[in-house]
Design a protein around this ligand. Structure first.
Ligand code: PLP
Length: 428
């Protein structure tokens, strides 16, 4: 039973999990312990199958246990696991990334999204010789000290830590603003413009459910950075190769100075990357004086998994259209059921990312609006869906993901389950 496995895990792992959101701490029930996964489904140790809309929080865009990726890893396995010396595989993956994301001239591989954003922030600070950065409320960029920061008490105050262990002095270098609020971005630059090293933003925010940028928001960020010689960092750890082959920057036609990547580019193995304009990237060691390094960075297994993934998705014309159609079919279906049952409910789809919001008749546009949603209804719905074999993110603040192996039947099964779960909500 998963609940017994969870008890055992808690004896030896803090909270029984290696990443907090997996603990179901704000959900009903215990986490499901996964034994294996294939295509659109994950399976627990008791043989229960679940249609999976988490997809390891994004990476498995071509489905679980993709045979092409497994085969590539198997081929590489026999050649050794890590060398700590350069490989051709690293150049190949870097070349592919630079070709597919034209804003990237040079790219450095790391092992996680957190490492990517941490390094991008250091690089921006080092290249500009400035300390302050702007981030947006509800955007998550990994557990980087400078980025685990919430807004201060007023609209334009310096940030304060969201976790003990982060020096207040460091937090004060981070300005936290509401997502989609161009006016406050301009005001922040008017106040601190010459001290701002960078803006970091999720160009589509997937860590407060699924929030899209308003029409002028990303343009304003680009303009403010240009006017003040600050670095615009798009954190595309989630959106990179998820919403379009060129990421959110291709989707919206805005060019950042630096981009952080992760998830899909590792094909399911631990990888991150940061890259961008040559003039900025040349500040990184050994070319420049901004230090950054990693024992397992560019690991051959991860490189060949990532390369296989990127080859596969870039050779599949229509992939993103198909994924988006599935996401829309799912979300339209969910909304129709909610409407029939008079449950206030809205959805958002961007490429293969989606979100749904109980208690909101129109989809929220920032963190404050997301916080107004009916979290209790989400929790009950989530639990009910799990009992019916549908695995949704165990948090009301995370985007959902579609993979290519999800079938029309899978979505219809999901919608039938949703009808039962929503009907029960109306009986509470
Ligand atoms: N940036 C974004 C947008 C993310 O969604 C995440 C993780 O979910 C990260 C950074 C951190 O990546 P990792 O968990 O690989 O450290």
């Amino acid at each position: 039973m998963s609940s017994q496995r969870f008890k055992d895990a808690q004896q030896v792992i803090p909270g029984g999990v290696n990443s907090p959101v997996r603990s179901f701490s704000s959900m009903i029930g215990d986490p499901i312990f996964i034994e294996r996964a294939s295509e659109s489904r994950i399976y627990d140790h008791d043989g229960n199958a679940y249609i999976d809309y988490v997809n390891s929080w994004g990476p498995t865009i071509t489905g679980h246990a993709d045979p092409d990726i497994i085969h590539a890893i198997e081929q590489q396995l026999g050649k050794g696991l890590t060398y700590g010396a350069p490989t051709q595989l690293e150049t190949e993956l870097a070349t592919t990334i630079c070709e597919l994301i034209p804003s990237i001239d040079l790219v450095r591989m790391v092992n996680s999204g957190t490492e990517a954003t941490m390094s991008a922030i250091r690089l921006a600070r080092g290249a500009t010789r400035r300390d302050k950065i702007i981030k947006f409320e509800g955007c998550y960029h990994g557990h980087v000290d400078s980025l685990l920061i919430k807004a201060g008490s007023g609209a334009l105050t310096l940030g304060s830590p969201t976790s003990p262990g982060i020096p207040r002095s460091l937090a004060e270098e981070t300005i936290v603003l509401p997502y989609n609020n161009s006016k406050l971005v301009k005001q922040a630059f008017a106040e601190w413009g010459n001290d701002i090293a960078a803006i970091i933003v999720e160009p589509i925010a997937g860590n407060m459910n699924c929030i899209a940028p308003s029409h002028d928001f990303l343009h304003t960020l680009r303009r403010c950075c240009d006017e003040h010689n600050s670095v615009l960092i798009f954190d595309e750890v989630m959106t990179g190769f998820r919403v379009a082959l060129g990421g959110a920057q291709a989707h919206y036609g805005i060019t950042p100075d630096l981009t952080t990547l992760g998830k899909v580019i590792g094909g399911g193995l631990p990888v991150g990357a940061f890259g961008g304009k040559r003039a900025i990237m040349e500040h990184i060691a050994p070319l420049g004086d901004v230090y950054q390094a990693g024992t397992l960075s560019g690991n051959p297994l991860a490189m060949c998994a990532g390369q296989t993934m990127l080859n596969k998705i870039s050779n599949d014309t229509g992939l993103y259209t198909r994924l988006e159609e599935k996401a829309r079919y799912l979300c339209n279906g969910l909304r129709a059921i909610a409407d029939e049952l008079s449950i206030p409910f809205s959805t958002r789809v961007v490429g293969s990312m989606f979100g749904f919001f109980f208690g909101a008749k129109t989809a929220p546009n920032n963190f404050d609006e997301v916080m107004q949603c009916n979290i209790e209804q989400f929790k009950t719905f989530h639990h009910n869906m799990i009992t019916q074999g549908v695995y949704l993110a165990p948090s009301a603040f995370e985007a959902g993901f579609i993979n290519t192996t999800l079938t029309q039947d899978d979505i219809n099964i999901t919608l039938n389950a949703a009808r039962i779960a929503m009907t029960e909500l109306t009986n509470i």
